[in-house]
Design a protein around this ligand. Sequence first.
Ligand code: MG
Length: 358
Amino acid sequence: MVSPVMAPTISLSFQPLSLRLKHPFGTASGTSADSHNLLVKLHYKDWIGYGEASPVWYHAETIETASSLLAAWQSNEELLGHDPFAITAIEKRMNAVVSGHASVKAAVEMALHDLCGKILKVSVLKMLGLSGFTQPMTDFTIGIDSLAMIEQKTNEAIAAGFQVLKVKLGTAYDKEIIKSVRSVTALPLRVDANGAWTPKQAIAMAHLLAQENVQLIEQPLPKSATVDDFRFVKEHSPLPIFADESVSTSSDVARFANAVDGVVIKLAKTGGIAEAMRCIHTARAHGMQIMLGCMVESSLGISAALQLSSLVDYLDLDGALLLAQDPFYGSISCNQGRLTFGDGVGLGACLHAGSASP
Ligand code: MG
């Protein structure tokens, strides 16, 4: 009697991925010197797909909740199943077992893309049909800091060749921050208030920033602000208003149509590449602009987001460029602010030896 051949299952392992920043990074939500991410590995036959989770409290995730969810999924064979190409089915199963936790879902989903690319021996970019474009420039973010450090960071960004900067605001000295940046450069700026302003403050700042070669304002109002609050600011702002923290998924994008000029899409909010694409298509259908953003992530997570760069207007994918040391290499490189892909299969990210402790 011939015994039945069992199809191989996809198994999951994960480990901490601690990232130290070159400079402490300040936003209106707080300052941090490092980021505690997780490296997710999906094992299938002889292949390993890599994914990165970057949980943060303001997305209702922590390193503890992310770790316990991944630990539960390690022993759930049915969740990942036997077919790494069943990405949409696996995404549906993850959404059915738990809501939220988008950074964990994004890690698993990008690892599936990496795995499939490695199996097919093609880059994820080719697999998605998105090759053939010149990658756009990314901006570089100047975090909240002392005015002297803001000038120093701005000078460093100029020396590195970045053509556009993003400035974090939302302090009691926002006008001074802009003055400090402008004392060293005339480069175009993007501004991110991370939800720190009232509608009245946002409109006043928009008028002031419109005189300072600023391209757009990101998340002027708190996440708790209503769609009508955003619409009010948009209608009275001389600059385009983008929603970041207020918009996670494609249904959020649809809700904010006509209330903002654009949306910031991040894999850590959408739960992966597939939902990020739905967000992009929804935004386009409503005539909205799109910025592709990131968390503080290694070049692994950044490379997964960069796959979608040809579909968006603005890139804010500097997460790995803020690090003192990147645990991954090979997937992307940055030259004078332009991000380019490596020539590997899948996401093409290789782990430096000893970078992530088991
Ligand atoms: Mg933002």
